[in-house]
Design a binder for this molecule. Structure first.
Ligand SMILES: [Zn+2]
Length: 181
């Protein structure tokens, strides 16, 4: 069956505020869910998407950093589905940088995140993978990890004066060489 673009849930829908359940197995049903998430994310030009964002309360998300209009300096990595992910350790260092969310369209803000993290997850082929992530990729992981725990980045914003309407953000970005800060 061809993957299909799903409706993205928006802030206010209860599924975004619930702790998602662990996956027991990776059956064709889960594989199809992952494929649907991939095409949905691509269409929305996201760099990540979590299952609750298409209305499914399961501990599964995709991390897919790549340069885009929102993140022109992002490194490119092929999209990676992470099943039952765990955050094992993190640096003491924190970095403040811009984030937005497909479920909260139109605004962005600076969010503090651990600079580097050690994680573990099951890949879609069933293999367990342990990895160390840093910078933007670690940021995406932490953002998506929040989603499967019923949190959104707004909960993490320390300085609410950094909130910006997306159009303003893009204008600012265009006028600068590195990421707007
Ligand atoms: Zn999000």
């Amino acid at each position: 069956m061809k993957p299909r673009v799903r409706k993205i849930t928006l802030l206010g829908e209860p599924v975004l505020r619930k702790r998602s359940a662990s996956l027991r197995a990776i059956t064709p049903r889960e594989q199809r869910l992952i494929d649907d998430m991939l095409v949905t994310m691509k269409k929305a030009r996201g760099v990540g998407i979590a299952a609750p964002q298409i209305g499914v309360g399961q501990r599964l998300f995709i991390v897919a950093p790549g340069p885009s209009v929102r993140y022109p300096h992002a490194p490119f990595l092929p999209p990676l589905a992470m099943i039952n992910p765990r955050l094992l350790t993190h640096s003491s260092a924190v970095e403040n940088d811009w984030e937005g969310c497909l479920s909260i369209p139109g605004i962005r803000a600076r969010v503090p995140r651990w600079r580097s993290i050690e994680i573990e997850f099951t890949a879609r082929n069933g293999r367990k993978i342990r990895a160390r992530l840093k910078g933007f990729v670690a940021r995406i992981f932490q953002h998506e990890f929040d989603h499967i725990n019923g949190k959104v980045y707004l909960d993490r914003v320390r300085d609410t004066r950094t909130f910006m309407v997306e159009r303003e953000y893009r204008l600012k970005l265009r006028g600068k060489k590195k990421s707007a800060r």
